[in-house]
Design a protein around this ligand. Structure first.
Ligand code: FMN
Length: 314
């Protein structure tokens, strides 16, 4: 079985990926948030920093590209090959209107001619194998039949499917029936992505798709970063409280320090964004969570964290 950490812009930075990989076993590959090449240069400084080999040492990483221009895609892929990467991932799922209206991400899915020309060019000339992360359509689930047969005509390393359309964003129910009825028609290896919040959720999908051996998780792993450790995978009951996990607090503290060195007071935004997910793994600590949310500087934040920790470690 293979488990992937989903790309999440602004959240799964190289700092995050490195710390997660250091403290929690179970993730086979981390996908970077998208790089969006433009004619002004292939990477922004922030994008470059995120994929520089020295910032990703020892962490199995696949860089993701958001593009609809084959030349930009191919140029970036060459640079990524020179950095030592062995695969690139194409983003055909981003639901943001700003992105989709520029015919990128999920916006490219409804531009059939443009999409076909783009895929023809990149699969003909890419110096690296390409995996694709896609939604099942831009507007309607009916688009999926066409898209799946189109994808079948390219040697896609892996087709990672998030069975929602653009307008579903991340909230509407996933189109489970459609996915179950079609995934075996893929001639490329398939990986499922969407709403996996526990080992039980994964088990249900494994039962429904018996030969599926690849799952990508995003919000579930942010909520429970230790979900895929061997102990937790073996645990079919409710997991022990996250607050009791020393690895979680070590992960938290080292990540905060790394962000602080880089970002100073902006560290709080990064840490608070993580707590939007992590707090769902904590019960009966509303007062402490409120203090974390309201912290105005590192001192107040650290104080709130200490108070929360002391509930679990006396
Ligand atoms: C804040 C946020 C940022 C995201 N950034 C990206 C991204 O850069 N590239 C991408 O392919 N998907 C991105 N996604 C989508 C996730 O990778 C994933 O497909 C989605 O969250 C559904 O999986 P989940 O239910 O396991 O979270 C993002 C999602 C969220 C919520």
């Amino acid at each position: 079985m293979k488990y992937y950490f989903a790309p999440m812009e602004g959240i799964t930075t190289f700092y995050f990926r490195k710390m997660h990989h250091k403290y929690f076993q179970g993730v086979d590959t981390y996908f970077t948030p998208f790089i969006s090449p433009t004619m002004h240069g292939t990477f922004t400084p922030r994008e470059r920093k995120d994929i520089l080999p020295e910032n990703n040492v020892g962490v199995p990483t696949v860089p993701q590209i958001l593009a609809n221009n084959p030349e930009y895609f191919l140029e970036v892929t060459k640079e990524l090959r020179d950095y030592g990467y062995k695969e690139v991932n194409l983003n055909l799922g981003c639901p943001s209107n700003k992105v989709a209206n520029k015919h990128k991400g999920s916006g490219l899915l409804s531009e059939h001619l443009k999409l076909e020309r783009f895929l023809d060019a990149i699969f003909e000339k890419s110096v690296l194998p390409i995996s694709v992360k896609t939604r099942i359509g831009r507007y309607e689930e009916e688009e999926w039949n066409y898209l799946l047969s189109l994808f079948n005509s390219y040697p896609i390393k892996e087709l990672i499917v998030h069975p929602r359309v653009q307008k579903d964003y991340y909230k509407a129910p996933v189109h489970k029936e459609l996915f179950l009825n079609t995934w075996q028609k893929s001639e490329n290896p398939i990986c499922y992505n969407g709403d996996l919040y526990s080992v039980k959720d994964i088990e249900k999908w494994k039962n429904d798709c018996e030969t599926m051996d690849c799952f990508m998780l995003g919000r579930g792993l942010l909520t429970r970063p230790d979900m895929l450790t061997p102990e937790n995978q073996a645990c079919m009951d409710t997991l022990p409280p996250l607050g009791n996990s020393k690895a979680f607090w070590d992960f938290h503290d080292e990540l905060e320090e790394a962000y602080f060195e880089e970002l100073g007071n902006n560290t709080l935004y990064k840490m608070k964004e993580l707590w939007i997910y992590q707090e769902k793994s904590f019960e009966n600590v509303d007062k402490q969570m409120k203090k974390i949310r309201k912290a105005k500087n590192k001192q107040e934040y650290d104080f709130a964290i200490q108070e929360l920790k002391s509930i679990y470690f006396n």
